[in-house]
Design a protein around this ligand. Sequence first.
Ligand SMILES: [Zn+2]
Length: 134
Amino acid sequence: MFTATSQTAGGEKRGQNTVPVTISEHAREQWAARMQTDISLKTAWEQSVAVEAPEADSTAARLYPPCNALLVVKHATVTTVLHNDGRLNTPGLIECPACDDLVDPVDDDTCPWCGEDCTEPTRPGCVTLTRGGI
Ligand SMILES: [Zn+2]
């Protein structure tokens, strides 16, 4: 099927998401075992949003909100898939006012999960995360 070195994903995203990654066999198995979904891990990766997971042993992490799946990346390889336990930092992400899933407003004008317009800053009920350090 797939070899460990020929499978890359995520090349369509801008900014910090442009680095292609390898998806490990372990991550693929964890995805299949833990996530009740028909989509592939590669597709989930391409649709996921970048988050920070300081509790995870990782160099980067992405969240796939429909499955609440945390994709753990170590040295450009997706090493495993976890259920998001909430211990994440989500700088730059906003919560969709319609479905509450996380959206990257730089990458997406509308919510990729439900199609809601997430760009209108004055929209009632739109949650804005506090930016900047303390
Ligand atoms: Zn939404």
